[in-house]
Design a protein around this ligand. Structure first.
Ligand code: CO
Length: 326
């Protein structure tokens, strides 16, 4: 749910109090989680957006990896997906086919199937998926559970919002930001499996609210303070320079307005630091809270599966629901 007026409307929607709707009890849950048996819950999520890159197949892959991410964030396994498409009448249908093929590639890689979908005429292309996965509700990982002393791990670099807005302004080419495009198209599956293998305290995926927003949500949901070490944040090449040159997406400002009040030392932060922290991510990595003694096993499991893991800070007791940037 985006910060702002829309979120306020959504908050006023009728509430469902079915005790099997497990996500209802999880603040800022990444997905809808519904228990259908003691050891089995459905995990459902939906996301779609306008193109973030020019190449249609890349766009499809990125949109699919992004939609699948919420299932991985809780340690679930995606099973089925439905295509959601908005497409202008006057555009060549060959473009749509490439988008859908890109999406199907990623769904296949995830071991899931596309079970259908829906298309509408639209002024500009939009693509994404509604994804259903399965998780053992007794073992799932959520935004609740980070404990003082845990270490914070991030599994993809930051900067995709800045790079996508520079791409839109045609100051960089897709080849020049290849690392970020490949990163956005990468599934969070390997990282998710590694965390389930090792066992961690809490997790969320970093998407539209940026590291700033998603870290704040984790802090609030777990009732802890997240201390981030700015110098350890992984950032895609060129991000810092392009942000300094003014290529900062609109969502970045909204993220600051909404979440900066939760940062205890916000007045000490530089404009450059804020650009990185608040940058809205497309198909970002997982942000995990990991007990210290499990860091080494987690890193080993991540390396074995070909996923990256950067230690970017730690969890502190107080102030609850706050962030500190060191
Ligand atoms: Co999410």
């Amino acid at each position: 749910m985006a910060p702002g007026p829309l979120a306020q409307v959504l908050c006023q929607l009728p509430q469902f109090d079915d005790p099997d709707l497990l996500s209802r009890a999880i603040p800022f849950a990444d997905s809808g989680i519904y228990r259908i048996a003691e050891d089995l819950a459905l995990v459902q999520s939906v996301d779609f957006f306008t193109p973030v890159v020019n190449d249609p197949a890349s766009y499809g892959r990125i949109a699919a990896a992004n939609a699948l991410s919420d299932i991985y964030a809780v340690g679930g396994r995606p099973v089925t997906a439905l295509n959601l498409v908005g497409f202008p009448k006057q555009l060549d249908l060959a473009i749509l086919i490439q988008i859908l093929e890109g999406g199907a590639d990623k769904v296949r890689e995830a071991g899931a199937v596309i079970a259908g979908g829906h298309t509408v005429d639209d002024a500009e292309p939009k693509y994404g998926l509604a994804v259903t996965g399965l998780v053992d509700p007794r073992r799932m990982v959520t935004t609740v559970g980070a404990r003082p002393g845990d270490l914070l791990v991030l599994t993809k670099p930051l900067g995709t919002g800045i790079l996508a807005s520079a791409l839109k302004a045609a100051v960089v080419t897709e080849d020049e930001i290849r690392e970020a495009i490949d990163g956005m198209a990468r599934l969070n599956r390997a990282a998710s499996r590694a965390m389930m293998q090792v066992g961690i305290s809490a997790c969320t995926d970093v998407t539209g609210f940026g590291l700033l927003g998603h870290a704040c949500e984790l802090a609030v949901a777990s009732g802890v303070c997240l201390a981030l070490d700015f110098s350890r944040l992984p950032v895609y090449p060129q991000t810092v320079e392009l942000a300094a040159a003014g290529h900062v997406p609109g969502g970045s400002r909204k993220n600051r307005e909404h979440y900066l009040p939760q940062v205890v030392n916000r007045t000490e932060l530089t404009a450059g630091q804020l650009d990185i922290l608040a940058d809205p991510q497309t198909s970002g990595g997982l942000l995990m809270a990991v007990p210290t003694e499990r860091l080494k096993p987690l890193q080993a499991a991540m390396t074995e599966r070909g996923a990256d893991a950067w230690v970017i800070g730690s969890v502190e007791k107080a102030p609850a629901g706050a962030l500190r940037i060191d």
